[in-house]
Each structure stands twice: as structure tokens, then as C-alpha cells.
Design a protein around this ligand. Sequence first.
Ligand code: HEC
Ligand code: HEC
Length: 164
Amino acid sequence: MRRALLLPGLLALAAGPGLAGDLVSPPSPEYREECGSCHVAYPPRLLDGAAWARVMAGLADHFGTDASLASATRDRLAAYLAARAAPSRGDASAPPRPDTSRITTSAWFLRKHRDGHDGLHAALWRTPAVGNPANCGACHRAAAEGRYSEHEIQLPVSTGASSR
Ligand code: HEC
Ligand code: HEC
């Protein structure tokens, strides 16, 4: 796996084992095209089947925007996501399942991205380069390809806040 370059103004993070390896899976061309244009095509494994079903049933009012698809396309993508969703509770290898249609409000996400963890701090989330926690690619530089390895994280620098 490519190691992140330590560029001026960017922080490269220490390596270590984690969940990221389980998520390495490039999005299908159709998933990337239809669900990766406004934001990265999120890893199917970060939501359970029920949450993906809610997302796919509500595309006309998708987090305040219209992301409607032709019904055949929507049904294909719904099946794609359902087949790759987080497994049922009780599977110890599975990431914890969020209870809503958001990844970024799940207990798992908040724990992995808590303040003080690996250089993350509140001001960083508000920098123009990030703007929104759902903007995974601001830090996970290979998010569009479905890769979240620690080796490929580069935090943007926030002005006016201390980095480590
Ligand atoms: C027209 C633009 C657009 C398209 C196309 C789109 N989305 Fe979104 N999506 C958004 C916006 C805007 C948000 C909300 C971002 C925010 O403010 O947090 C969002 C948020 C999400 C979230 C929640 C992110 C979080 O905060 O954890 C999921 C999951 C999601 N989209 C899945 C999908 C899927 C699946 C598709 C394809 C069927 C799709 N999106 C297509 C615009 C889009
Ligand atoms: C502001 C920067 C930033 C943003 C935005 C961000 N992350 Fe992260 N992410 C991190 C850092 C830092 C870590 C901790 C890396 C570590 O554990 O070494 C991390 C860890 C992870 C991990 C690995 C957890 C583990 O234990 O292996 C995954 C998966 C992940 N993030 C997914 C996402 C997804 C999906 C999004 C968007 C919905 C996102 N991240 C948005 C910075 C970010």
C-alpha cells in the first residue's frame, strides 16, 4: 500500500492496525457514478441494511437535496448496497452499526474521529478544506477509491488552531 507523503503543511499519521482494511473495496462504476458525484461513494459496510434501505427509499429528499434516480437504477444500487452492508449484530468482526441513515453521527464514527485522536480537533472540522465530517476525502485521500487506511490520511492544516 502506498504510504502517505509527508508534505509541508500536511500531517501524515502513524500506522497501525484497524478497521480500515475491512473497508478496502473499490466502488462499482455505477455506484461511484450515481452516488459519488456530490460526495464520495461511502463504504457500504459503514451502514447496515436497514439504514441503506432508508437512504435509498428517500432519495427525492436526500439530506435536503434531490438525489432521485430512475427506478431501475435505484433498485440495482439498493441491491448492491444491501449485499455489502454491515452484517447483523452479533458478528464480532463487524463495525458497530449506526442506528440512523448517517455514518457521521454513528457512535462508531464519533469514537474513531473524537477530538484529540490522531491530530483531530474541533477547529479542523470547520476549516474550508473539510467543512463537513461527511467530506471524507478531505482527510482520507483515497476515499473515492474506497480506501481508508491510516497510511492514506493527510489532515488539512487549520489556521488558528494548534496541530500536534
Ligand atoms: C445531488 C447530490 C447527491 C447525490 C447524487 C447523492 N448524495 Fe448523498 N448526500 C448529499 C448531501 C448534500 C448530503 C448531506 C451532506 C451533509 O450535509 O452532511 C448527503 C449525505 C449522504 C449520506 C450521509 C452522510 C453522513 O453524514 O454520514 C449518505 C449515507 C449518502 N448521502 C448516500 C448516498 C447514496 C447511497 C447516493 C446514491 C444513491 C447518494 N448519496 C447520492 C448529496 C448527494
Ligand atoms: C478531518 C479529517 C477526517 C475526515 C473528514 C474523516 N476522517 Fe476518518 N479518520 C480520520 C483520522 C485522523 C482517523 C484516525 C486514523 C487512525 O486511527 O490512525 C480516521 C479513521 C477512520 C477510519 C479507520 C478506523 C479504524 O479504526 O481503522 C475509517 C474507516 C474512517 N476514518 C472513515 C471515514 C469516513 C467514511 C469519513 C466520511 C464519512 C471520514 N472518515 C471522515 C480523519 C478524518
